[in-house]
Ligand binder design. Sequence first.
Ligand code: AMP
Length: 572
Amino acid sequence: MTAPDGPDSPGTFADLELRPELLQELTGLGYEEPTPIQREAIPPLLAGRDLLGQAATGTGKTAAFALPILQRLATGSRGKDPVALVLAPTRELAMQVSEALHRYGRTLGARVLPVYGGQPISRQLRELQRGVDVVVATPGRALDHISRGTLRLGSLEMIVLDEADEMLDMGFTEDIEAILSAAPEGRQTVLFSATMPPPIERVARRHLRDPLRIQIQREPVASGTSPKVRQSAYVVARPHKPAALGRVLDVEAPGSAIIFCRTREEVDTLAETLNGRGYRAEALHGGLSQEQRDRVMGRLRSGTAELLVATDVAARGLDVEQLTHVINYNVPSAPEAYVHRIGRVGRAGREGIAITLAEPREHRMLKTIERLTGQKIAVEKIPTVADLRTRRLELTRAALRESLLEDELERFRTVVEQLTDEFDVMDVALAAVKLAHEAGGVDIDEEEDIPEIAARPDRPDTPTRGRPDTRATGSDTRGTGPDRRRAGPKGDTTRLYIGMGRAAGIRPQDLVGAIAGESSLSGRDIGAIEIADRFSLVEIPLPAANEVIAALRGTLIKGRKATVRRERHDAG
Ligand code: AMP
């Protein structure tokens, strides 16, 4: 497979001619290369052009305008009034943007002030009075300060409207018009919006001078997406991401997975967290020497490590045969990057699995990716602690049933008989089950629950005055029953017993691959999969049972012939 140009085309931050102070911060943050929007927007912005950019959250658009703003700051002493004003729809976004400006502008000593409703105005007044370089504000509060005379626009060289469509949707049109009209004529104006409806075009026509138009993800993605890749996503708030990832890893039990992160720091931190949680993870990023890289790859190939945590740059050109899962710890900054990443699994006719953890704000980016690849990314529910507990009890029950059916229990009879002199036989059984259960897995009592969230929990800082909120929320594909992670079969189902399990190195994808490869079923038709030590149970549509059994009996799984039959229901 040849890698098309796009997110993989070379180009560094230094090529963009950013100031050394900024380059220093970016290196410190572990940003290895600019994202497509940064590559396209930064040079014209540095040259002073107005810009109309269509890009969603997750593309790196904040840095695309933040770096040019910071580049403008004088090196010596600075005035009291801001040289740049960024308008954002919600206080959350205002805070995020302000933090980003603060981070990138640390060496420069940039004075950045977020200004939004709900925060005591006195503190904002004090800071404004003391002098600021950049103000990041929600429109209502910005206008409030402007009319009080506490936010003076006289020194403004640059105004940025971030997520302009959201601001208009929230009824901020008049406020924005008023602010833009109050700003100096000669300033530079930048407008970023995920969509470009007519009202945005009107604002742009009125307030931007000959803007350069940039549309990220305009290129249709090559038809290279493998249809063999099952794609799903979980919407999860940032603080819960490590826990959510752990949960997903537990359920998916990948044989060998690559987890993509955005920065070196994220790679290092996540690898450490995963190792702390008992996974065998290796970090791979551009900061490693060739020798270290080779060592990491060796450990992955030999199976000493099961998870590779990597940046896009580091993973470039890397070819790991046995990869079963690609996990995006964040939504990638461009759909092309997504396609490249998931192209690493689903090879050689086996089904690969791509899983994306998306923050609520990145929901729109998922939709863009879906549109461009023409393939659905099922948004699924993170398994809850209760789900996991049910699942593990179910595994214990299934293991005990198998043991009962195998009937090699005679030598334990005396133990039971001795105990029943003293205890009820039911209590003896319960204690035995408890021991078997505890021996089988991790104690999940201490696991935190991960709150289920809608796609966009942000609240505007003033009441919505525009049209009703019609945003999409959370999941749109949910299975039923305790295992809700896959679309699963429709109609009546049955379970197949397959006489190979964890001990034989069986993983869910082996079973999905074997069934989808040998029968008329596709991965989507296959329901819950349970893998015990010595056997597995797979849920499939009832009408396909005979066909699948015959197909699996005629093939090898992991190089071996396995017993395949319907699950016996003698124990209920
Ligand atoms: P944004 O689309 O601006 O919300 O950015 C999304 C995320 O990408 C933020 O967490 C940034 O810190 C991160 N980010 C932005 N640019 C880069 C880059 N060039 N390399 C790595 N991460 C980046």
